[in-house]
Unconditional design. Structure first.
Length: 292
């Protein structure tokens, strides 16, 4: 909804900028919190955890939350949580610790960390759009949508995602695995890259594989997707068959790349954690079951 040709008092019927709001929407004040709320707390962009627990009850936090804490509603699997963010480290008061979101997501666990990733993305969006990118005016909160709006030029800012293509290149029993030059995790994984303006996801697969490995692929087929909060990506996962070429790793992007037999692979991401691991597992199972 774009509001134009109206004065500030009229805009207040659409935008929310503080204590005028009485009902809970996507943006909360401290007084809007209720005892049934479950909160995910970030201090200085790190998540506050106690053991493996990162979801806090209202009564555990309310007395320790600084006055400048910001609160946003986050939905996950038909449940509502409150993402809370402060620049003050209160982890010691809570007998807890600060951890990077990446360290949580790469930890093998039965816990569902997807809500922590979503909360982080929503908070990052909120911090990045407190001022209008067009005119520089302070933005205000939309009264019914998860959006930040400019009362000066009427631009609106919604959370956005960055689409990426990730692909497992296959050659019979072998799969192409690469080690990134930028992330020293030790994992070998699939090739991936951002979808550029004007590209389809399949065109991105062709381009990224050629750029990063020197190979040509065909028979590109979509498998599945995954939200990935680093910083705010939607990973579209594909399988593609090797067609031609010799492996030439892209300098600065790929340290090492090679084809590996599905029963003799280096360390790869867990399928419980990332779509890369799932793409590898799905293909390996298809080969072992004689489906390919």
């Amino acid at each position: 909804m774009v509001v134009s040709g109206c004065n500030w008092k009229e805009k207040l019927n659409v935008f929310y900028s503080g204590p005028l709001m009485s009902d809970r929407n996507y943006f909360l004040l401290r007084e809007h919190l209720v005892e049934s709320d479950r909160l995910i707390l970030f201090c200085n962009n790190k998540i506050v955890v106690q053991g493996e627990n990162f979801i806090w009850r209202y009564e555990q936090l309310i007395e320790n939350l600084p006055a400048n804490t910001e609160y946003l509603i986050v939905e996950h699997k038909d449940k509502h949580f409150v993402a809370a963010s402060t620049d003050q480290d209160i982890s010691i008061k809570l007998a807890a610790e600060l951890k990077s979101l990446r360290s949580l997501l790469f930890k093998e666990s039965d816990k569902d960390f997807a809500i922590a990733g979503k909360a982080s993305q929503i908070l990052d969006w909120y911090r990045a759009h407190k001022f209008c990118g067009a005119c520089g005016a302070a933005t205000v909160q939309h009264i019914s949508q998860r959006a930040l709006c400019c009362p000066s030029c009427n631009d609106q800012y919604f959370p956005r995602i960055n689409p990426c293509a990730i692909v497992l290149v296959t050659k019979g029993r072998e799969v192409l695995l690469a080690r990134s030059a930028r992330f020293r995790s030790g994992f070998f994984s699939c090739l991936a890259g951002f979808i550029e303006v004007g590209e389809s996801a399949e065109e991105t697969v062709l381009r990224e594989v050629k750029e990063e490995s020197g190979l040509i692929v065909h028979n590109i087929r979509y498998i599945k997707s995954q939200s990935w909060p680093f910083p705010s990506q939607l990973m579209l996962g594909f399988h593609a068959d090797y067609k031609s070429g010799e492996i030439v790793p892209e300098p600065g992007e790929i340290d090492e790349a090679a084809f590996y037999d599905i029963d003799d692979m280096p360390v790869v991401p867990s399928p419980k954690i990332s779509v890369a691991g799932e793409l590898i597992e799905i293909y390996a199972n298809q080969v072992r079951n004689g489906l390919i």
